[in-house]
Design a protein around this ligand. Structure first.
Ligand code: NAI
Length: 405
């Protein structure tokens, strides 16, 4: 079998290359984000592409390179890739949504302490040569109540870390979640708001979470409490937050995300929160740590490995998800096809004509494509695996067919 060829661009963390080399793949690493024309040519020689956020993987690049087996976004977002085109071409796109979970959780914990000790302001004063030694309005976090909105990956990590610092933890989620440690669920947002000394947001950006914290919710928060948002900028109504801070209802806030963020480090950042007392503003760095970059490298490399070696597409953002494990004494074939009536019957017809015995079959579909994985016993088969793969691929509805093992 020829070696799988992988191109990694944008200086993806070296651990990804190391990991993929260990699996016996050919890996090339570029430090820059190639242009569209460069990608079109480069990709002719590769089976798999790994990028970060600066590359634009356009329709043209994809249509010129339909042979690609998979794409990995070594970051969280996947907007830089034409996902639907990749889907139609049978190319799953993987990303690393949870590699930076712990980094965000640690930032939130740090911010709780910074807010309750006014560290941001004290630090600024000291740099300016002012000595502001006072205990007024400074508190320990021990014994205080933290209200977590969105008890998913990050929210639940914050919960554990906060309890270990002696905080009491409440959470509110639209889905029923298992409380970790001694955390307690609240069924209504308003109950969490009125009981919490710190409110930390960990929800996704959706129509329901837009301005989830606005004037009404801020008014329900305890006087002197703090708000932390390291989720998405649209979740908080900034004007309402400014009003609440100015009226001294909220005693401070820490925001890592904003409704409008500069698209690069060269652009200026403007916010109505600038200059307000006990307000910590950070440039969307919640997940930006060396450890997170390392984990992202490992997470996407692992998705490539599982896809190539088992056919697993679990976690693919644009593709039917199937989670598979290695099996012995069988031949595994994967097929991506247009999701049309009768296609499964046709493909199984080829298998039965070859007298291959189906040991297991896995199918997952979305609107446009179906992803089929078949484990076959070929002992009594009349045709070779290569012949069968070619037969299956010959269907007008087949997009990609490959022997996995
Ligand atoms: P997750 O998907 O694991 O958890 C989100 C939770 O929010 C889920 O439990 C979900 O049921 C809940 N939820 C959804 N809608 C809700 C609503 N209307 N009310 C209450 N709960 C609701 O996501 P994860 O990984 O914990 O990320 C949370 C947020 O953090 C996301 O917005 C993500 O984009 C953001 N994030 C920010 C980073 C940064 O650098 N600041 C880095 C990584 C993630």
């Amino acid at each position: 079998m020829t070696k799988t060829r992988i191109l990694l661009t944008e200086n993806i963390h070296a651990i990804a290359k190391t990991r993929l080399l260990e699996e016996g793949y050919h890996v090339d690493l570029l430090t820059h984000a190639p242009s569209e024309s460069e990608y079109i040519q480069l990709l002719k020689n590769y089976d798999i592409l790994g990028i970060r956020s600066k590359s634009e993987i356009t329709d043209v690049i994809l249509n010129e390179n339909p042979h690609l087996l998979a794409i990995g976004a070594f970051c969280i977002g996947t907007n830089q890739i034409k996902l639907s085109t990749a889907n139609h071409l049978g190319i799953p796109v993987f990303n690393a949504p949870h590699s930076n979970t712990r980094s965000v959780a640690e930032l939130v914990i740090a911010e709780m302490i910074c807010l309750s000790r006014q560290l941001g302001d004290r630090n600024t004063f000291a740099h300016q040569g002012e000595w502001v030694k006072s205990a007024d309005g400074s508190f320990e976090v021990r014994g205080k109540t933290l209200g977590i909105i969105g008890y998913g990956h990050i929210g639940s990590q914050v919960s554990i870390l906060a309890e270990s610092l002696g905080l009491r933890v409440l959470f509110y989620d639209v889905i029923k979640k298992l409380p970790l440690g001694n955390a307690q669920a609240r069924n209504h947002l308003k109950d969490l708001l009125k009981e919490s000394d710190f409110v930390s947001l960990h929800v996704p950006e959706t129509a329901q979470t837009k301005n989830m914290i606005a004037a009404t919710q801020l008014a329900k928060m305890k006087k002197g409490s703090y708000l932390i948002n390291a989720s998405r900028g649209t979740v908080v109504d900034i004007e309402a937050l400014v009003a609440s801070l100015e009226s001294k209802h909220i005693a401070g806030c820490a925001l890592d995300v904003f409704p409008e963020e500069p698209s690069s480090n060269k652009e200026k950042f403007k916010s109505p929160l600038q200059g307000l007392k006990n307000v910590i503003l950070t440039p969307h760095i919640g997940g930006s740590t060396e450890e997170a970059q390392y984990s992202i490298g490992l997470e996407v490399a692992e998705s490539f490995r599982k896809f190539m070696q088992f056919g697993t597409t679990a976690g693919a953002v644009n593709f039917p998800n199937i989670d598979l494990v290695q099996r012995t004494h069988v031949t595994r074939i994967m097929n991506v096809h247009r999701n049309e009536p009768g296609v499964l019957g046709e493909l199984n017809g080829f298998i039965s004509a070859a007298q291959a015995n189906i040991q297991a079959q896995y199918l997952s579909t979305d609107q446009k494509v179906g992803y089929l994985v078949v484990d076959l016993e070929m002992d009594q088969a009349k045709a070779s695996v290569t012949h069968l793969v070619n037969q299956i691929q010959s269907s007008k509805r087949s997009i990609k067919t490959r022997q996995i093992f």
